[in-house]
Design a protein around this ligand. Structure first.
Ligand SMILES: Cc1cc2nc3c(=O)[nH]c(=O)nc-3n(C[C@H](O)[C@H](O)[C@H](O)COP(=O)(O)OP(=O)(O)OC[C@H]3O[C@@H](n4cnc5c(N)ncnc54)[C@H](O)[C@@H]3O)c2cc1C
Length: 403
C-alpha cells in the first residue's frame, strides 16, 4: 500500500487546471487562464518568485544581445516581438493586465569602451534593426557616459526593464487565494491521464486535487515533478551562473550591455534601488557564465577588476560586494545551447513548461493555451472557497537579502 492509498482523511478539491510552481511561468499562466474563465489552483513549495524570477535582471529584450553574441541574424521571431507585447501588457491591452508593474527603465543601452567594429556598426545600421536601435550623441547618453573620460559609443535599444517584485505582486493580485503552499507527493492516473494530484499543504494536511489537466512550471523543480508523474519527454538542462552585486551610493542607475572593445557583449548591468536608499548594480553576462568555478572572493575580485577597467573614473572603494550561484533551468538543447523561444511539452494531459526567459512569458502563455484547447479542456469546475488553506508568500529580492 502506498501513502496515496492510505485511508487518512483528506480534502477533495476539483479544479480545471492544477499548476505547480510560482515563478513567472506559473503565475503568468494562472492569471491568463483565470481571466479566460478556467478554474485553476497553483501549488508553490517555497516562496513565490524565489527561484529564477526574482533573481533575473528583469530585462524584456528583443533578442538583440544574443544575436550580437554569435550569428548576427540569429534572433528568433518569437523574442523579437516581446518588447512590444510587454508594452501592451503594461498598458492593460491584453488578457493579462500588468499596469501595476513598475518599469525601472524604458530603454536598455549598449556601449563600447572604444569604437564598435565595422561589423557591428553596419549591423546596427541595417534595415533589420531599423527603429530598434539608435546611436546616441554625447548629451543624450546616460550621465555616467557623459564623463570626459568616456571615449566609446552608446546605442539605445527599445528593450525595457521591469521591477520583478512588482511584477510578481501584480500577477498575484486577485488570484492570491488560488495560490497554496504545499508539495506534490503523488500523481494518480486514469486511462493514461493524470487526474488526481495528492499534495501535502504547508500545515501538514493532505489534499487530493482532481483536475482535467496539470501544468509543471516549477523551473528546476520540473525535473523531479516529471519523474514523479512519469513524464519522459521533457528532459531539462541547467546552465549555472555566478552572479555579482555591488551596492554603492553613486548616482548612476545603469541599464546596459557592455561590449568592451567591440566584440561579444561581455557584461550586462541593471540597477535596483534598495530600501535604505542605495543602488545595487547587478552584473551578469560573461562574468557570471565564466565565474562558476570561482569562489566568492575571486568572483568579487573579478567584478572589481571588470568595473575598474570599464569605468576607471568611478570610485567603488566604499561599495559592498556580494555574489551568489543560480542555475538557469531550461528544456535540454543540443550542446547546452541557449533556447530562443518558450517551451511547452504536452504528454497525455500533463504540460511541462519552461519560459526560458522572463521576456518570453507571453509566448509561453500562447503555447500553453493552444495545448489546453487541443486537449479540449473547457472551464467546468469550481475549487470553491480556498481561504482556509495555507498560502505561499512572495520572496525577497536578492538586492535586499544579499547585503
Ligand atoms: C541570473 C539570471 C538572470 C536572468 N535575467 C533575465 C533577464 O534579464 N531577462 C529575461 O528575459 N530572462 C532572464 N532570466 C531567465 C528568467 O529568469 C527565467 O527564464 C524565468 O524566471 C523562469 O521562470 P520559471 O517560472 O520557469 O521558474 P522559476 O522562477 O525558477 O520558478 C519556479 C518556481 O517553482 C517552485 N517550485 C520548484 N519545485 C516545485 C515543486 N515541486 N512544487 C511546487 N513548486 C515548485 C520554485 O520554488 C519557484 O518558485 C534570468 C535568469 C537568471 C538565472
Amino acid at each position: 500500500m502506498t501513502d496515496f492509498d492510505q485511508p487518512s482523511p483528506s480534502t477533495e478539491i476539483h479544479t480545471d487546471l492544477l499548476i505547480f510552481g510560482g515563478g513567472i511561468a506559473g503565475l503568468y499562466l494562472l492569471k491568463l487562464l483565470n481571466n479566460l474563465g478556467y478554474d485553476c489552483v497553483l501549488i508553490e513549495n517555497n516562496e513565490l518568485g524565489g527561484g529564477q524570477t526574482l533573481q533575473s535582471q528583469g530585462i524584456i529584450h528583443g533578442g538583440l544581445k544574443y544575436a550580437l553574441g554569435g550569428n548576427l541574424n540569429a534572433e528568433s521571431d518569437a523574442i523579437k516581438e516581446m518588447p512590444e507585447r510587454w508594452r501592451k501588457l503594461l498598458n492593460d491591452e491584453e488578457t493579462v493586465k500588468l499596469s501595476h508593474t513598475n518599469v525601472i527603465s524604458k530603454t536598455q543601452h549598449m556601449w563600447s569602451t572604444g569604437k564598435f567594429t565595422s561589423k557591428f556598426t553596419s549591423f546596427f545600421a541595417s534595415k533589420l534593426l531599423r527603429g530598434r536601435i539608435e546611436k546616441l550623441k554625447k548629451d543624450q547618453m546616460p550621465t555616467l557616459f557623459q564623463a570626459s573620460q568616456f571615449k566609446g559609443s552608446v546605442y539605445k535599444l527599445t528593450d525595457l526593464v521591469v521591477d520583478t517584485p512588482s511584477l510578481i505582486q501584480n500577477l498575484c493580485a486577485d488570484v492570491d487565494h488560488r495560490i497554496l503552499k504545499g508539495n506534490a507527493i503523488e500523481f494518480e492516473r486514469t486511462d493514461d491521464n493524470v487526474t488526481t494530484s495528492r499534495v501535502t499543504l504547508a500545515d501538514g494536511k493532505a489534499v487530493n486535487i482532481h483536475h482535467q489537466g496539470v501544468i509543471f512550471s516549477a523551473g528546476a523543480g520540473n525535473e523531479k515533478l516529471a519523474e514523479m508523474a512519469q513524464v519522459t519527454g521533457a528532459p531539462m538542462q541547467r546552465r549555472p551562473l555566478h552572479m555579482v552585486m555591488v551596492k554603492h551610493a553613486l548616482p548612476y542607475p545603469l541599464f546596459a550591455h557592455g561590449v568592451g572593445s567591440g566584440s561579444k557583449p561581455r557584461i550586462t548591468i541593471t540597477s535596483h534601488q534598495t530600501e535604505d536608499g542605495k543602488l545595487v548594480w547587478y552584473l551578469g553576462g560573461d562574468i557570471a557564465e565564466n565565474g562558476v568555478e570561482r569562489d566568492q572572493e575571486s568572483q568579487i575580485a573579478e567584478g572589481k577588476k571588470e568595473l575598474a577597467s570599464l569605468f576607471p573614473w568611478l570610485d567603488f572603494s566604499n561599495a559592498e560586494w556580494g555574489t551568489f550561484h543560480i542555475d538557469r533551468a531550461e528544456p535540454r538543447q543540443h550542446g547546452l545551447s541557449k533556447p530562443d523561444c518558450a517551451h511547452a511539452h504536452l504528454e497525455n494531459n500533463v504540460i511541462v513548461t519552461w519560459p526560458t526567459k522572463l521576456t518570453l512569458a507571453p509566448d509561453l502563455g500562447d503555447r500553453v493555451l493552444a495545448l489546453i484547447k487541443q486537449q479540449g479542456i473547457e472551464p467546468s469546475s469550481s475549487a470553491g472557497d480556498l481561504s482556509n488553506f495555507p498560502k505561499a508568500t512572495i520572496a525577497t529580492p536578492k538586492w535586499e537579502s544579499l547585503f
